[in-house]
Design a protein around this ligand. Structure first.
Ligand code: ADP
Length: 406
C-alpha cells in the first residue's frame, strides 16, 4: 500500500510518500513554501535520487490547489518523477490540527467529518482552513482513493476533566467548548510508543514525559500509553515559553496590556503569538541557535531567555511526575529537543531529585536516537516522525474502511 501524507500550513505544503509494504520506505518527499506569493519555492527528492541530490525550483502556486498540482506534475515528470501519467497511491493522509471534542482517533474523511473540521475553524483559524483546502484539492486529484484525517488533538482526548477543564464558569465550556485540547498529539504518541519499545516495557505499564521542543513546544504526561495531561491548551499558546509565544502567564496581563497599549483583540493576539516568547525576551530572534550564539557573545537577555525556557520545561516535568505519581522516562524531541545538547543538560541537571542523572558523553554523541542518562529515570532523545505516524494511521483507517469504500 502506498500512502501520501499531506500537511498544509497557511502558506506551505509538505508531502511525503511512503510504501507501507516495503518497511515504510520513503519514496518521495518535498515542500512548497510561500504559496500565494508571486513565486513559490518548491524542493523535493525521490528515493531514486542520490543522497544529497534534490530538485529545487521556483513555481507559481497561487493557492493550495496549484501546489498539489505542482507535486503531481513533479512526480509524473519523466526525468524526476516516479509515475507515468498519474500518481498511484492507495490512500491519502492529512494532518488536521483541530478535531475539537469529536475525534479521539483518525477518521475516514466523509461529508460529516469535513463539517466538524469546518466547525473548528473558529477555534483554529490559522490551521484548520489550510488543512481543509488540502483535503478538498486531494479529493479532486486523488479520485476514488480513501482520504484520512489525522488530528493533532486526538491523542489528548484521553485527558480527564480535571486536566482539561479551566477555572472558568462551567457554562462557557458547555456553550463554547472552551477547554484544554492539547496539540502535537501525533508526535507525543509516536515518541512515547518508541520510548516504550526502547525501554522494552509494556507501554500500559509506563509513565513517560514527552517534550516536543521546536518553534512551537509542548510537554505531555503519557500514563500507560495515554495522554494524561499536556501543556498546550485551548490553543497552542498555553504552556512552555516558545519561539514567539508567551506560554503560561496571568490572564489579567492581557486586559491590562490591551488598555495600556491600546490594543484590540487581534493586536493582542498578535503580541501573544508572534512577538513574545524567546523572541520577545531575548530581542534577538525566535531561533534558538541564534539566541545561543548571542548568549555566547555575552548578550544578557539572550542568556536570560534560555534560562527562562529551561526553567519552564523543568517545572512542567516536575509537575507531571507528581500528577502521574511516578516517572520512568523523559523523552526529548523536535528541532530543539533533538539537537540542543545544552538545553537537555540544563533541564536534566535541575531534576536530580527525581532520579535523573545525565550522561554527558551520550548527551553529546552524534547518535540520533539514544538514551542519555545513567540514573533510575531514563532520559531519551527520539527523533519525531509525525509523517510516518500519519501514514501508519492512514493505512489502518483505509484498510478498515475497505469494504465500505470499494
Ligand atoms: P517547528 O516547530 O517549526 O517544526 P523545529 O522542530 O524544526 O520547529 O525546531 C526549530 C527550532 O530548533 C529552532 O529554534 C532551532 O533553532 C532549533 N534547533 C535546530 N537545530 C538546533 C541545534 N543544533 N541547536 C540548538 N537549536 C537547534
Amino acid at each position: 500500500m502506498k500512502v501520501m501524507v499531506i500537511n498544509c500550513g497557511s502558506s506551505s505544503l509538505k508531502f511525503k510518500l511512503f510504501d507501507m509494504e516495503k518497511n515504510n520506505v520513503l519514496l518521495a518527499e518535498g515542500v512548497i513554501e510561500e504559496i500565494g506569493k508571486e513565486k513559490s519555492k518548491f524542493n523535493f527528492k525521490t528515493h531514486k535520487m542520490k543522497k544529497d541530490e534534490k530538485v529545487v525550483k521556483e513555481i507559481k502556486a497561487e493557492n493550495h490547489t496549484a501546489a498539489v498540482e505542482a507535486v503531481e506534475k513533479a512526480l509524473i515528470d519523466p526525468k524526476t518523477g516516479l509515475f507515468k501519467d498519474k500518481i498511484e497511491v492507495d490512500a491519502v493522509g492529512h494532518r488536521v490540527v483541530h478535531g475539537g471534542e469529536k475525534f479521539s482517533k483518525s477518521a475516514l474523511i466523509t461529508k460529516g467529518v469535513k463539517e466538524v473540521i469546518t466547525d473548528c475553524f473558529e477555534i483554529a483559524p490559522l490551521h484548520n482552513p489550510p488543512n481543509m483546502a488540502g483535503i478538498e484539492v486531494c479529493e479532486k486529484i486523488f479520485k476514488d482513493v480513501p482520504q484520512v484525517a489525522v488530528f493533532d488533538t486526538a491523542f489528548h482526548q484521553t485527558m480527564t476533566k480535571q486536566a482539561y477543564i479551566y477555572g472558568l464558569p462551567y457554562e462557557l465550556y458547555e456553550r463554547y467548548h472552551v477547554r484544554k485540547y492539547g496539540f502535537h498529539g501525533t508526535s507525543h504518541e509516536y515518541v512515547s510508543k518508541r520510548a516504550a519499545e526502547l525501554l522494552k516495557k509494556d507501554i500500559k505499564k509506563t509513565k513517560i514525559i514527552t517534550c516536543h521542543l521546536g518553534n512551537g513546544a509542548s510537554i505531555t504526561a503519557v500514563n500507560g500509553g495515554q495522554s494524561f495531561d499536556t501543556s498546550m491548551g485551548f490553543t497552542p499558546l498555553e504552556g512552555l515559553v516558545m519561539g514567539t509565544r508567551t506560554g503560561d502567564m496571568d490572564p489579567a496581563v492581557v486586559t491590562f496590556l490591551m488598555k495600556k497599549e491600546h490594543l484590540d483583540a487581534d493586536g493582542m493576539d498578535n503580541l501573544l503569538n508572534k512577538k513574545s516568547g524567546l523572541k520577545g525576551i531575548s530581542g534577538v530572534s525566535n531561533d534558538l541557535r541564534e539566541i545561543m550564539e548571542a548568549a555566547r557573545n555575552d548578550n544578557a537577555r539572550a542568556k536570560f531567555a534560555i534560562d527562562i525556557f529551561c526553567y519552564r520545561i523543568t517545572k512542567y516535568i516536575g509537575a507531571y511526575a507528581a500528577a502521574m505519581g511516578g516517572l520512568d522516562a523523559v523523552v526529548f524531541t523536535g528541532g530543539i529537543g533533538e539537537n540542543a545538547v545544552a538545553i537537555r543538560k540544563e533541564v536534566c541537571e535541575s531534576l536530580g531529585f527525581l532520579g535523573i542523572k545525565i550522561d554527558d558523553a551520550k548527551n553529546e554523541s552524534k547518535e540520533k536516537e539514544k538514551t542519555i542518562s545513567k540514573g533510575k529515570v531514563k532520559v531519551m532523545v527520539i527523533p519525531t516522525n509525525e509523517e510516518l505516524m500519519i501514514a501508519m494511521k492512514t493505512k489502518w483507517v483505509a484498510e478498515e474502511s475497505k469494504h465500505t469504500f470499494r
